[in-house]
Design a binder for this molecule. Sequence first.
Ligand SMILES: Cc1cc2nc3c(=O)[nH]c(=O)nc-3n(C[C@H](O)[C@H](O)[C@H](O)COP(=O)(O)OP(=O)(O)OC[C@H]3O[C@@H](n4cnc5c(N)ncnc54)[C@H](O)[C@@H]3O)c2cc1C
Length: 811
Amino acid sequence: MKNQARVVVVGGGVVGVATLYQLAKMGWRDVVLLERNELTSGSTWHAAGLLPLFNMSYSVGQIHKHSVALYQSLEEETGQAVGFSQVSNIRLAMNRDRMDEYHQYAGVARTIGIEVKFLTPQDVLDIWPLCNIEGLVGALQHPGDGYIQPADVTQAMAIGARNLGAEINRQVTAEGFTQKPNGEWQVRTDKGDITCEHVVSATGNYARRTGAMVGLDIPVIPVEHQYIVTEPHPEIVKRHRDGLPELGVLRESDGSWYLREEGGGLLLGPYEKGAPICYPDGPADGAEYELFPEDLDRLAPQIEAAINRVPAFGEVGVKQVYNGAIAYTPDGSPIVGPAWGLRNFWLNEGHSFGVTAAGGAGWQLAHWIIEGEPTIDMLGVDPRRFGAYANAGYLKAKNEEAYANVFTIHYPDEERPAGRPLRLSPCYDRMQDLGAVFGQKAGWERPNWFAPTGTPQTDDWSFRRSAWFEHVGNECRNVAENVGLLDMTAFAKCRVSGPGAEAFLDGLIANRLPKSIGRINLCHALNGKGGVHSEFTIMREASSSFYLVSAGLYQRLDHDWLWRHMPDDGSVQMVNLTNAKGVLVVAGPKSRTLLQRVSTANFENNAHPWLSAREITIAQAQLMAMRVNYVGELGWELHHDIEYQNHIFDALMAAGEDLVLKPFGIRAMDSLRYEKSYRMMGTEISIEYAAYESGLDRFVHPDKGDFKGREALLAWRERGFANSFATLEVHGAGDADALGNNPIYHDGELVGRATGGNYGFRLGKSLALAMVHPEMAAVGTELTMDILGTGYKVTVIEESPYDPMNERPRA
Ligand SMILES: Cc1cc2nc3c(=O)[nH]c(=O)nc-3n(C[C@H](O)[C@H](O)[C@H](O)COP(=O)(O)OP(=O)(O)OC[C@H]3O[C@@H](n4cnc5c(N)ncnc54)[C@H](O)[C@@H]3O)c2cc1C
């Protein structure tokens, strides 16, 4: 075994081996893999080998697509057969909401180039004659989908990696990691030490044990997962004898199971409720190849549903039941990317569809390690999308819930209940009394909308406009006509200060820093390729102190990005203020009158202009009032020490009654932002788009001097852009608005995708924001956009269709 390498990959399952292979393929051949037992002796050996392309996430969808393409080329490259049976995959639908989900997914698939077809129940019967089509409304088919032999595909990538010079060491356990002062890692193993530049942790069910060695609480705990293999069925055996094609993979999402052929019989994979977590602190030594006792009682509803749909399944005996540990995360997506707070320590963990994801996850991680950036937007799988709240207790509740929901309908406004409420603003109870229907982001409870008296205080999820639509409309109208109150305590906040703070931030962001104390600028931190990594609202608090606000969901990601780029000479300090500061937003034409009633401060334009912050007092509480908002009205964000929140809240509510002060929620905020064409991180802004493509020109100042991503952005502009940001009006939208990932066509040719959409109540129009080919972005261009399977005429309109001159926020 070498004692020096560029990268040490820990874990010889399909994910670790794929990472090793992709690193070697990209030219880093001095790479080593350690496996404590044999390759595939973890979860990989008992995987059912399905390769489902279906995934509602834009990033995970692209990862899966890459894997499937890669696996098809491996046999030719390595000589090792991988047993890829491209038998297609049919997902059945038993109701309209399910079909809506498939149509929404088809938009994702088409924008990333995955072939999908819609089938009638009769088509299903023609392809799958053993299927009872009663009660079906339709189906979705992936012709390119199928299953593979997990051990063989792992071996093929191992051969490929070795052929390129990579070293694989079996029966070697990584026992500890120490980072030396020069940044190198020393990996301690039971067979000696290895020094390396980078470590990749791909340890499957051992993730938490590996994380603990470097002080990380990795948000991965496995769940028990079973599948059943039957004895051969005469009908299937006869089909083989007659030379008929293998029956494809069949999924009844509404019954929560999949089925495929296996050895002349059938293999049923259920995703049941009540599957428990296992190995909360990682498996014990010697747990390789471990299977748990079967629990068929738990699977009774799925077995019954499967027999109803495919009676042949009930006609043969059970040959074997597998019950193994499958890694899970709270949202069911894997953890791929840098470990927070550590340099050159990478995670490729938490894979519940790891055979499907391995090739693609390894591909992106190799780009990240070698080039410093991935090439696709990885926010959906970034390890830093969770925070410290995702501890073992949270994982137990959430991972079991994620498992039980693999097949439930993934509504765009879905809010899952497990582990809630967890992080509460002090005003939570008050908001609840006012009718709040809460959602959760980063563990925080946030009012999504408010049920008027007499309306059930419960949510109503749909792909279409649902019961809350009119109430959200009323909230929007009240913000436009009177004044609204919004709780944005979940914002990520931090202070960056010290003698080096200004130079540090200036070198990290594309905009100019606010010059005078109390000024506010919207600033974007680009990545090394000129895409946007993070968005911050920055306020200069003092000559060498800045207050930064960013999206609550990205607290760990954004703060880690700052930390990674900070000079290590002690000249800059960063303090996370997220939990210490609450934020209440007052917005609407009467917000100034409201504040004047509760404060002696001057809120007029000459004293407190747009994009400025002032220390003020509301009743007896001192706070920072920042004149910014995300809804396009006169308004202030009130950033306060968290213990004053209810004092401020009560003062505002008491003073606002005759001004028609009413609370509003996140759904109203979202609608209001579309009318202003305000971009959002992760949709209109991402690393996949150059800052100019996202239309951020007025926030990017290449002439100010050097900043991260500047050269790359200018070079990108030289090469020419493939996308342009556009605001669209949707004509005749009916009962559904764009939800994001809606394909956009011109003369039948795909020319872009909506990044999101909503109904704008102030304008009375259905709107979408989109990235389209630059030649399609001119105002007045008419295009067609798909919403839930129907094509709608859309027109490119001027940016900020509501109050285009921005007069209201500056009033
Ligand atoms: C019953 C079942 C059916 C499944 N079916 C499918 C399916 O159809 N399709 C699909 O895509 N996925 C499926 N999965 C999931 C799939 O098996 C996993 O997502 C995938 O195998 C994870 O691969 P991995 O490399 O991350 O983990 P593993 O295969 O568990 O590999 C991790 C490796 O790390 C090693 N290791 C741990 N710690 C150390 C250390 N300190 N030093 C050295 N080595 C270490 C372990 O020995 C292990 O070999 C299924 C899972 C189960 C349980």
